[in-house]
Design a protein around this ligand. Structure first.
Ligand SMILES: [Zn+2]
Length: 381
Protein backbone atom coordinates (compact mmCIF):
# COMPACT_ATOMS: atom_id res chain seq x y z
CA UNK A 1 0.00 0.00 0.00
CA UNK A 2 1.20 3.41 -0.95
CA UNK A 3 2.00 5.76 1.85
CA UNK A 4 -0.30 8.51 0.54
CA UNK A 5 -0.95 11.48 2.77
CA UNK A 6 -4.54 11.61 4.05
CA UNK A 7 -6.72 14.51 5.05
CA UNK A 8 -6.25 14.35 8.81
CA UNK A 9 -9.04 15.88 10.91
CA UNK A 10 -6.74 16.54 13.88
CA UNK A 11 -4.21 18.24 11.64
CA UNK A 12 -6.96 20.40 10.08
CA UNK A 13 -8.29 21.28 13.53
CA UNK A 14 -4.83 22.14 14.82
CA UNK A 15 -4.34 24.63 11.99
CA UNK A 16 -7.78 26.17 12.53
CA UNK A 17 -7.09 26.62 16.23
CA UNK A 18 -3.86 28.48 15.43
CA UNK A 19 -5.81 30.98 13.31
CA UNK A 20 -8.59 31.28 15.91
CA UNK A 21 -6.09 31.88 18.72
CA UNK A 22 -5.10 35.18 17.07
CA UNK A 23 -8.20 37.28 17.83
CA UNK A 24 -9.05 39.71 15.04
CA UNK A 25 -12.04 42.03 15.38
CA UNK A 26 -12.75 43.96 12.14
CA UNK A 27 -12.04 47.41 13.60
CA UNK A 28 -8.71 46.41 15.15
CA UNK A 29 -6.27 46.65 12.22
CA UNK A 30 -3.26 45.69 14.33
CA UNK A 31 -4.85 42.47 15.52
CA UNK A 32 -6.24 41.58 12.09
CA UNK A 33 -2.75 42.09 10.65
CA UNK A 34 -1.32 39.61 13.16
CA UNK A 35 -3.43 36.85 11.66
CA UNK A 36 -2.62 38.17 8.16
CA UNK A 37 1.11 37.78 9.05
CA UNK A 38 0.52 34.19 10.12
CA UNK A 39 -1.45 33.27 6.98
CA UNK A 40 1.04 35.08 4.75
CA UNK A 41 3.86 32.98 6.19
CA UNK A 42 1.95 29.75 5.56
CA UNK A 43 1.26 30.63 1.92
CA UNK A 44 4.86 31.74 1.41
CA UNK A 45 5.97 28.29 2.58
CA UNK A 46 3.71 26.74 -0.09
CA UNK A 47 5.53 28.74 -2.75
CA UNK A 48 2.69 31.04 -3.70
CA UNK A 49 3.19 34.55 -5.06
CA UNK A 50 2.07 37.05 -2.46
CA UNK A 51 0.77 40.57 -2.55
CA UNK A 52 -0.20 42.47 0.55
CA UNK A 53 -2.29 45.59 0.06
CA UNK A 54 -1.91 47.94 3.05
CA UNK A 55 -5.11 48.55 4.99
CA UNK A 56 -6.85 51.91 5.08
CA UNK A 57 -9.61 53.65 7.03
CA UNK A 58 -8.56 51.80 10.17
CA UNK A 59 -8.84 48.29 8.69
CA UNK A 60 -6.23 45.58 8.24
CA UNK A 61 -4.37 44.54 5.09
CA UNK A 62 -5.77 42.56 2.17
CA UNK A 63 -3.68 39.47 1.39
CA UNK A 64 -3.57 37.93 -2.07
CA UNK A 65 -1.79 34.63 -2.76
CA UNK A 66 -1.52 33.20 -6.29
CA UNK A 67 -0.29 29.85 -7.52
CA UNK A 68 2.77 30.32 -9.74
CA UNK A 69 2.09 30.34 -13.50
CA UNK A 70 4.10 27.15 -14.11
CA UNK A 71 1.85 25.05 -11.82
CA UNK A 72 -1.29 24.90 -13.90
CA UNK A 73 -1.59 23.82 -17.51
CA UNK A 74 -4.57 26.12 -17.89
CA UNK A 75 -3.93 29.59 -19.21
CA UNK A 76 -5.98 32.58 -18.27
CA UNK A 77 -8.91 32.65 -15.89
CA UNK A 78 -8.80 30.47 -12.82
CA UNK A 79 -10.37 29.96 -9.40
CA UNK A 80 -10.81 32.78 -6.91
CA UNK A 81 -11.03 31.72 -3.26
CA UNK A 82 -12.52 34.26 -0.88
CA UNK A 83 -12.15 34.20 2.87
CA UNK A 84 -12.17 36.86 5.55
CA UNK A 85 -9.80 36.97 8.49
CA UNK A 86 -11.79 39.39 10.68
CA UNK A 87 -14.39 38.34 13.24
CA UNK A 88 -17.20 40.15 15.06
CA UNK A 89 -15.85 39.23 18.50
CA UNK A 90 -13.97 41.79 20.62
CA UNK A 91 -10.50 41.01 21.94
CA UNK A 92 -10.61 38.96 25.12
CA UNK A 93 -13.56 36.72 24.23
CA UNK A 94 -11.12 33.87 23.93
CA UNK A 95 -10.45 34.12 27.65
CA UNK A 96 -14.10 34.52 28.57
CA UNK A 97 -17.27 33.18 26.92
CA UNK A 98 -15.53 31.75 23.87
CA UNK A 99 -12.63 29.76 25.22
CA UNK A 100 -11.25 27.41 22.58
CA UNK A 101 -12.55 24.06 23.78
CA UNK A 102 -14.00 20.83 22.54
CA UNK A 103 -17.26 19.30 23.75
CA UNK A 104 -18.07 16.11 21.87
CA UNK A 105 -18.24 16.94 18.17
CA UNK A 106 -18.25 20.73 18.77
CA UNK A 107 -15.20 22.97 18.90
CA UNK A 108 -15.79 26.51 20.17
CA UNK A 109 -13.84 29.71 19.60
CA UNK A 110 -14.21 33.31 18.40
CA UNK A 111 -14.71 33.33 14.64
CA UNK A 112 -14.04 29.59 14.38
CA UNK A 113 -17.22 29.03 12.34
CA UNK A 114 -17.43 32.48 10.71
CA UNK A 115 -14.99 31.86 9.15
CA UNK A 116 -11.49 30.94 10.16
CA UNK A 117 -12.26 27.23 9.73
CA UNK A 118 -13.26 27.85 6.11
CA UNK A 119 -10.19 29.94 5.33
CA UNK A 120 -7.89 27.35 6.85
CA UNK A 121 -9.67 24.48 5.04
CA UNK A 122 -8.94 26.20 1.70
CA UNK A 123 -5.27 26.60 2.65
CA UNK A 124 -5.05 22.98 3.81
CA UNK A 125 -6.77 21.78 0.62
CA UNK A 126 -4.09 23.33 -1.57
CA UNK A 127 -1.32 22.09 0.71
CA UNK A 128 -2.82 18.61 0.59
CA UNK A 129 -2.79 18.62 -3.23
CA UNK A 130 0.81 19.76 -3.25
CA UNK A 131 2.00 17.12 -0.83
CA UNK A 132 0.33 14.45 -2.97
CA UNK A 133 2.46 15.72 -5.83
CA UNK A 134 -0.65 17.09 -7.57
CA UNK A 135 -1.40 20.50 -8.99
CA UNK A 136 -4.55 22.41 -9.87
CA UNK A 137 -5.69 22.52 -13.49
CA UNK A 138 -6.50 26.20 -13.22
CA UNK A 139 -4.52 29.01 -11.63
CA UNK A 140 -5.80 29.75 -8.12
CA UNK A 141 -5.96 33.11 -6.34
CA UNK A 142 -6.69 33.32 -2.61
CA UNK A 143 -7.99 36.66 -1.41
CA UNK A 144 -8.11 37.23 2.35
CA UNK A 145 -10.35 40.13 3.36
CA UNK A 146 -9.78 42.16 6.56
CA UNK A 147 -13.25 43.71 7.09
CA UNK A 148 -15.99 41.53 5.61
CA UNK A 149 -17.99 41.67 8.81
CA UNK A 150 -18.54 45.40 8.33
CA UNK A 151 -19.45 45.08 4.64
CA UNK A 152 -15.96 45.01 3.02
CA UNK A 153 -15.84 48.80 2.46
CA UNK A 154 -12.11 48.91 1.68
CA UNK A 155 -11.86 45.61 -0.20
CA UNK A 156 -14.98 45.52 -2.37
CA UNK A 157 -13.24 47.11 -5.39
CA UNK A 158 -10.36 44.64 -5.10
CA UNK A 159 -12.75 41.66 -4.85
CA UNK A 160 -14.66 42.79 -7.93
CA UNK A 161 -11.48 43.44 -9.88
CA UNK A 162 -10.17 39.99 -8.96
CA UNK A 163 -13.50 38.31 -9.77
CA UNK A 164 -13.46 39.64 -13.33
CA UNK A 165 -10.19 37.80 -13.98
CA UNK A 166 -11.51 34.44 -12.74
CA UNK A 167 -13.73 31.68 -14.01
CA UNK A 168 -15.12 30.55 -10.65
CA UNK A 169 -15.42 31.95 -7.15
CA UNK A 170 -15.34 29.68 -4.11
CA UNK A 171 -16.36 31.40 -0.88
CA UNK A 172 -15.25 29.73 2.33
CA UNK A 173 -17.99 31.22 4.55
CA UNK A 174 -19.54 28.86 7.10
CA UNK A 175 -21.20 25.72 5.80
CA UNK A 176 -24.79 25.20 6.73
CA UNK A 177 -25.81 22.51 9.12
CA UNK A 178 -26.20 19.11 7.53
CA UNK A 179 -23.99 19.13 4.40
CA UNK A 180 -25.39 22.32 2.93
CA UNK A 181 -23.71 25.05 0.91
CA UNK A 182 -24.95 28.42 -0.32
CA UNK A 183 -25.93 29.14 -3.95
CA UNK A 184 -27.92 32.34 -3.48
CA UNK A 185 -28.09 35.21 -1.03
CA UNK A 186 -30.28 38.25 -0.66
CA UNK A 187 -28.91 41.66 -1.53
CA UNK A 188 -28.29 44.09 1.32
CA UNK A 189 -29.17 47.80 1.28
CA UNK A 190 -28.43 50.47 3.87
CA UNK A 191 -30.31 53.77 4.14
CA UNK A 192 -30.00 56.69 6.53
CA UNK A 193 -33.03 58.91 7.09
CA UNK A 194 -32.57 62.38 8.57
CA UNK A 195 -35.52 64.48 9.67
CA UNK A 196 -35.28 68.16 10.55
CA UNK A 197 -38.12 69.69 12.52
CA UNK A 198 -38.19 72.74 14.75
CA UNK A 199 -37.22 73.08 18.40
CA UNK A 200 -39.48 74.86 20.87
CA UNK A 201 -40.05 74.91 24.62
CA UNK A 202 -42.31 71.97 25.26
CA UNK A 203 -44.23 73.76 28.00
CA UNK A 204 -44.34 77.38 26.84
CA UNK A 205 -44.41 77.21 23.02
CA UNK A 206 -45.27 73.60 22.22
CA UNK A 207 -47.48 74.71 19.30
CA UNK A 208 -44.42 76.28 17.58
CA UNK A 209 -42.41 73.06 17.65
CA UNK A 210 -42.28 70.48 14.86
CA UNK A 211 -41.22 67.15 16.26
CA UNK A 212 -38.61 65.36 14.17
CA UNK A 213 -39.14 62.26 16.33
CA UNK A 214 -42.86 62.19 15.60
CA UNK A 215 -42.14 62.49 11.89
CA UNK A 216 -39.59 59.69 12.11
CA UNK A 217 -42.04 57.49 14.02
CA UNK A 218 -44.50 57.86 11.13
CA UNK A 219 -41.77 57.12 8.58
CA UNK A 220 -40.76 54.01 10.53
CA UNK A 221 -44.33 52.67 10.40
CA UNK A 222 -44.28 53.18 6.65
CA UNK A 223 -40.84 51.59 6.17
CA UNK A 224 -41.42 48.56 8.38
CA UNK A 225 -44.72 48.13 6.54
CA UNK A 226 -42.76 47.41 3.37
CA UNK A 227 -41.52 44.12 4.86
CA UNK A 228 -43.07 41.39 2.77
CA UNK A 229 -42.00 37.86 3.72
CA UNK A 230 -43.80 36.36 0.74
CA UNK A 231 -41.66 38.41 -1.65
CA UNK A 232 -38.54 38.01 0.51
CA UNK A 233 -38.29 41.71 1.39
CA UNK A 234 -37.33 42.80 4.89
CA UNK A 235 -36.93 46.38 6.15
CA UNK A 236 -35.40 46.80 9.59
CA UNK A 237 -35.04 50.18 11.28
CA UNK A 238 -32.19 49.09 13.49
CA UNK A 239 -30.81 52.34 14.85
CA UNK A 240 -32.44 55.61 15.85
CA UNK A 241 -31.25 58.74 17.59
CA UNK A 242 -32.85 62.14 18.08
CA UNK A 243 -33.89 64.97 20.35
CA UNK A 244 -31.90 67.24 22.60
CA UNK A 245 -33.85 67.27 25.85
CA UNK A 246 -37.05 65.96 27.33
CA UNK A 247 -38.56 69.47 27.51
CA UNK A 248 -37.69 70.47 23.93
CA UNK A 249 -39.64 69.53 20.82
CA UNK A 250 -37.03 67.52 18.93
CA UNK A 251 -35.52 69.32 15.94
CA UNK A 252 -33.56 66.35 14.66
CA UNK A 253 -33.90 62.63 14.31
CA UNK A 254 -31.78 60.12 12.36
CA UNK A 255 -32.55 56.46 11.67
CA UNK A 256 -30.65 53.68 9.89
CA UNK A 257 -32.42 51.02 7.91
CA UNK A 258 -31.25 47.60 6.75
CA UNK A 259 -32.96 46.29 3.62
CA UNK A 260 -32.78 42.70 2.26
CA UNK A 261 -34.11 41.77 -1.18
CA UNK A 262 -33.88 38.57 -3.25
CA UNK A 263 -33.54 40.02 -6.75
CA UNK A 264 -31.95 42.85 -8.68
CA UNK A 265 -35.37 44.04 -9.78
CA UNK A 266 -36.56 44.39 -6.19
CA UNK A 267 -33.24 46.02 -5.26
CA UNK A 268 -33.89 48.74 -7.82
CA UNK A 269 -37.55 49.07 -6.91
CA UNK A 270 -36.86 49.41 -3.19
CA UNK A 271 -33.89 51.74 -3.66
CA UNK A 272 -36.08 54.03 -5.75
CA UNK A 273 -38.80 53.88 -3.10
CA UNK A 274 -36.42 54.78 -0.26
CA UNK A 275 -34.71 57.63 -2.08
CA UNK A 276 -38.07 59.20 -2.96
CA UNK A 277 -39.66 59.11 0.49
CA UNK A 278 -41.47 62.35 1.30
CA UNK A 279 -42.30 63.92 4.64
CA UNK A 280 -45.66 63.03 6.14
CA UNK A 281 -46.07 65.97 8.55
CA UNK A 282 -45.96 69.71 7.87
CA UNK A 283 -42.88 71.96 8.18
CA UNK A 284 -40.38 69.15 8.42
CA UNK A 285 -37.72 68.06 5.96
CA UNK A 286 -36.66 64.52 5.22
CA UNK A 287 -33.38 63.48 3.58
CA UNK A 288 -32.60 59.91 2.60
CA UNK A 289 -29.12 58.66 1.72
CA UNK A 290 -27.85 55.21 0.90
CA UNK A 291 -28.30 52.38 -1.52
CA UNK A 292 -27.44 48.71 -2.03
CA UNK A 293 -24.12 47.73 -0.47
CA UNK A 294 -24.27 44.08 -1.54
CA UNK A 295 -26.14 43.17 -4.73
CA UNK A 296 -28.37 40.06 -4.70
CA UNK A 297 -26.63 36.74 -5.44
CA UNK A 298 -29.04 34.77 -7.62
CA UNK A 299 -28.64 31.11 -8.58
CA UNK A 300 -28.22 31.00 -12.35
CA UNK A 301 -27.18 28.28 -14.82
CA UNK A 302 -23.44 28.74 -14.14
CA UNK A 303 -23.96 28.50 -10.38
CA UNK A 304 -26.20 25.42 -10.77
CA UNK A 305 -23.54 23.69 -12.89
CA UNK A 306 -20.82 24.47 -10.33
CA UNK A 307 -23.05 23.19 -7.52
CA UNK A 308 -23.66 19.96 -9.44
CA UNK A 309 -19.90 19.44 -9.76
CA UNK A 310 -19.60 19.87 -6.01
CA UNK A 311 -22.43 17.36 -5.48
CA UNK A 312 -20.64 14.82 -7.66
CA UNK A 313 -17.46 15.25 -5.58
CA UNK A 314 -19.37 14.81 -2.34
CA UNK A 315 -20.86 11.55 -3.66
CA UNK A 316 -17.30 10.20 -4.04
CA UNK A 317 -17.26 10.01 -0.23
CA UNK A 318 -20.80 8.71 -0.06
CA UNK A 319 -22.41 11.96 1.02
CA UNK A 320 -25.13 14.12 -0.46
CA UNK A 321 -24.59 17.88 -0.72
CA UNK A 322 -27.55 20.25 -0.60
CA UNK A 323 -27.99 23.98 -1.00
CA UNK A 324 -29.94 26.12 1.45
CA UNK A 325 -32.96 28.15 0.42
CA UNK A 326 -32.14 31.81 -0.23
CA UNK A 327 -30.39 33.17 2.85
CA UNK A 328 -30.78 36.72 4.14
CA UNK A 329 -27.13 36.99 5.15
CA UNK A 330 -24.81 38.69 2.66
CA UNK A 331 -21.18 37.81 1.95
CA UNK A 332 -18.42 38.75 -0.47
CA UNK A 333 -19.98 36.08 -2.72
CA UNK A 334 -22.69 38.64 -3.50
CA UNK A 335 -20.10 40.76 -5.32
CA UNK A 336 -18.69 37.93 -7.45
CA UNK A 337 -22.08 36.38 -8.30
CA UNK A 338 -23.50 39.76 -9.33
CA UNK A 339 -20.66 40.01 -11.86
CA UNK A 340 -21.80 36.75 -13.42
CA UNK A 341 -18.95 34.63 -12.00
CA UNK A 342 -20.23 31.17 -11.01
CA UNK A 343 -19.99 31.37 -7.23
CA UNK A 344 -20.27 28.63 -4.64
CA UNK A 345 -20.47 29.84 -1.05
CA UNK A 346 -20.76 28.29 2.39
CA UNK A 347 -17.90 25.89 1.68
CA UNK A 348 -16.45 26.19 5.19
CA UNK A 349 -16.93 23.86 8.14
CA UNK A 350 -20.41 22.96 9.36
CA UNK A 351 -21.36 24.36 12.71
CA UNK A 352 -23.58 26.99 14.27
CA UNK A 353 -23.68 30.13 16.37
CA UNK A 354 -22.07 32.61 13.94
CA UNK A 355 -21.53 35.95 15.74
CA UNK A 356 -22.82 34.43 18.99
CA UNK A 357 -21.21 33.20 22.18
CA UNK A 358 -21.91 29.57 21.30
CA UNK A 359 -20.01 29.82 17.99
CA UNK A 360 -18.79 26.34 17.09
CA UNK A 361 -17.75 24.01 14.28
CA UNK A 362 -18.39 20.28 14.00
CA UNK A 363 -15.30 18.08 14.03
CA UNK A 364 -17.12 15.50 11.91
CA UNK A 365 -17.45 18.01 9.06
CA UNK A 366 -13.74 18.77 8.75
CA UNK A 367 -12.72 15.82 6.56
CA UNK A 368 -15.72 15.97 4.16
CA UNK A 369 -15.44 19.74 3.76
CA UNK A 370 -11.68 19.62 3.22
CA UNK A 371 -12.14 16.79 0.72
CA UNK A 372 -14.72 18.85 -1.19
CA UNK A 373 -12.43 21.87 -1.39
CA UNK A 374 -9.40 19.79 -2.35
CA UNK A 375 -11.23 18.03 -5.18
CA UNK A 376 -12.79 21.29 -6.44
CA UNK A 377 -9.28 22.76 -6.69
CA UNK A 378 -8.02 19.61 -8.35
CA UNK A 379 -10.81 19.11 -10.90
CA UNK A 380 -12.25 22.49 -11.88
CA UNK A 381 -11.20 23.29 -15.42
ZN1 LIG B 1 -18.36 35.50 7.49
Amino acid sequence: MKNEPKIDADEVLGGIVEWVSIESPSHDAKSVNKVVDHVEGQFRDLGLKLERIPGRDGFGDILEAKTPAEWSQGEGKGILILAHLDTVHPIGMIEKELKVRREGDSIFGPGIYDMKAGGYIAYYALRHLIRQGKRTKLPVTFLFIPEEEVGSPTSRARIEEAAKGHKYALVMEPGRDGDKVVTSRKGVGRFTLSVKGRAAHSGVRHQDGRSAILEMARQIERIEGKTDYARGITCNVGLIRGGSGVNVTPAECVADVDLRVPSQQLAEEMTHWFLNLEPIGKDVTLTVEGGMNRPPYQKDAGISALFEKAQAIYREIGKELHDVPLTGGGSDGNFTAALGIPTLDGLGADGKGAHAIDEQIYYSSLVPRTYLCTRLLETLE
